[in-house]
Structure formats: C-alpha cells, structure tokens
Write a protein that binds this ligand. Sequence first.
Ligand code: AMP
Length: 367
Amino acid sequence: MAEDGGALPPGATIGILGGGQLGRMLSLAAAELGLKTHIFCPDRESPAFDVAAHTTIAAYDDAAALALFAGAVDVVTYEFENIDVAAAELLEKTCPVRPGPKALAVSQDRLKEKNFLREAGVAVGAYRAAASEEELADALAEIGAPAILKTRRFGYDGKGQARIGAPDEAAAAFESIGRAPAILEALVPFTREVSVIGVRSVTGEVAAYDVTENVHRNHILHTSTVPAQIQPATVEKAREIAARILSALDYVGVIGVELFVVGEGEAETLLVNEIAPRVHNSGHWTQDGCSVSQFQNHIRAVAGWPLGATERHSNAVMTNLIGAEAEAWQGLAAEPGAALHLYGKREVRPGRKMGHVTRLRPRAPAA
Ligand code: AMP
C-alpha cells in the first residue's frame, strides 16, 4: 500500500467497485500506466471483467468479500455512486478509498447534494425537501409550478422523477415516484445543458477539461459536443465551480459536474444540476480529444500520481450508441475520423449503453 499518499508504482493494483463500461474504461487506462485493476461487481457478465487482472463476484454489502478485496488491492475507487457509505467506510479501514466516503454521501442524496452545493457557495436552482404529501404541498406553494419532483436517492437517467405542471398534479406525481422521500426543484428555463469534468490529485492539484454541451434523448445522454457554444467567461466560471466543489469535498479523482446555462450571451449564468463522483459519460470525448483522458486522470489521481494535461487538441462530438444503434459498428468502424468504442456487452437491450463514437474535428488555432 502507498504510504501517506505516495504514488503507487507500476504493477500496483487499483480496486474498482462496479464493473460497467466506466470500470472497463478505467481498467484500460490503468493498463496504459502499467497498473493493474481488480473489479468488484455482483454481475457475472460485467463488461469490465474482460479487461481486468482480478475479479470478485459478490454483493456490495458482502462484508467478508469486501474485506478480502480491500486486503488484495492498494487503493479502492468506484465507477458508480450508489455504493453504500458503510461499505466505503469498512474498506477505508484497510486501504484508502478515493474519492472518500463524503463525496459518496453527498452525491447519492439529492437533498444533501443541493445543501452541500449551496453551502460551498455554488449556485443551484430553487429546491425544497418533500418527504410527504403535506411537505410537497408546502414546497409547491413556495416554489410554484412548473416544478420537478425527484426522489432523494437512487435516481438516474430521468428515473424517479415526475414533472408537476400544476398544483393539482402533485398527488399523482408523489404516487408515481413511489411516495419516496424527495426534493422539489423549480423547473430551470435553461438555454443549454453543459458539463465540466474536473480532477483533483492527492496533493490538492486541480485541473478541469473544457466544457461540454450535452443533448439528451429519452432522458439518456445522446451527444456531448466540445467546445460548448457559450461565452469564454462562462467556461471559466464552470471550471471554477468544479474546482470549488473538488476542494470543498477534499476530493481525490475525477468528478462530473452537470450544469444548466440560463440566459444567452453576456447574460449567461450557471446553475449546478448535479455532481457525479466518478468519471462521467459527458467526458468520454477526452479519450480521443485530449492527450490524457478523464479515465487516465482518474487513475493518476487515485494512484497518487501527478495529473496529466487536460487541454483539448481537437474539437469533438461524442455520440452514445444506445441499444440497437451499436449494430451499426461495421459502418462506424469504417468511417474516417470516427473513434469507435464498444463495451463488450453481450445482450442488446433498449436504453442500454452499448458503446460510443467520438468524431474529431481540427481545433481552430487560438486567435
Ligand atoms: P437529472 O437526473 O437530475 O440529471 O435530470 C435529468 C434531466 O432532466 C436533466 O438533464 C434536465 O434535462 C432535466 N432536468 C432535471 N432537473 C431539472 C430542473 N430543475 N429544471 C429543468 N430541467 C431539469
């Protein structure tokens, strides 16, 4: 194990909780640096297993399996945020967990997340807690309709959300999210959705990639385009927001920060929608558009290495291949300038992320 944050040498093993495509691409990036990975995932068919040196198939709450895993690796990281905080704390007794349990606790609960952001001095849209139908009625009276009701926990890709167009829709909305503890958010009249991928090292060094403009289809990310069509000052502001969040969490690793752009031109402002304490789909373009990808920078950070350059050498459009879209792989493989990435998932299902393709365009020289 590394002592006091010292860099793990090539040959060391990074433990990753979660075996999806993010774990797979983290493993590939670790291999670029001569590091090994050990993937812990309950699913036998995990895409990351194909590219990892070691695997554990066990439930995330299997304390014995977690203890063995912690003893077999030099540092633990994760590729999704719904890891039990208790499991992360258990692992931390044996080896460092990066990012730390605080980042997990904050990002897996939308109410805690919004409170944390506000306390860190980061602008967010209006929100109120809504744990019951009565509290929801009060929240709606304060915030007004239209608004979005979201479960506090376990929501992703638009799941666990209901739009409330008028107060008389509140009861049905609460029913539709299973009467789970929720937050009510004012509907933000955004002009664009953007994100920024930030990274912080063990020594507190911070860097951020260029801001990406994101388009969703059916609540799933469809394309990420860089550069985003926003003001240079807005780009800088987004990067500052990422840096502020990273420092406030005493974070180590890559973070994804999703933001709403409100207004146009000089009047543009940013509101943070949510944070993801991991590598992020809207950062996949960095594999081909930058010399050091978000995946390699995450591995560098958690392994205690210096960060790599986050400058982009090309403009890029990343398009997710969802479900049957990945069946077009032969044409995409033959397309000039298209970088194809497939996740090795055996079963095609509607809505399932099967791969992505990044199309590069030359970056105009700086004026
Ligand atoms: P989320 O799961 O919070 O990322 O939300 C998924 C998508 O729903 C976002 O990417 C937005 O397009 C939309 N959305 C979420 N929250 C709001 C909001 N408060 N105002 C407007 N649109 C929202």
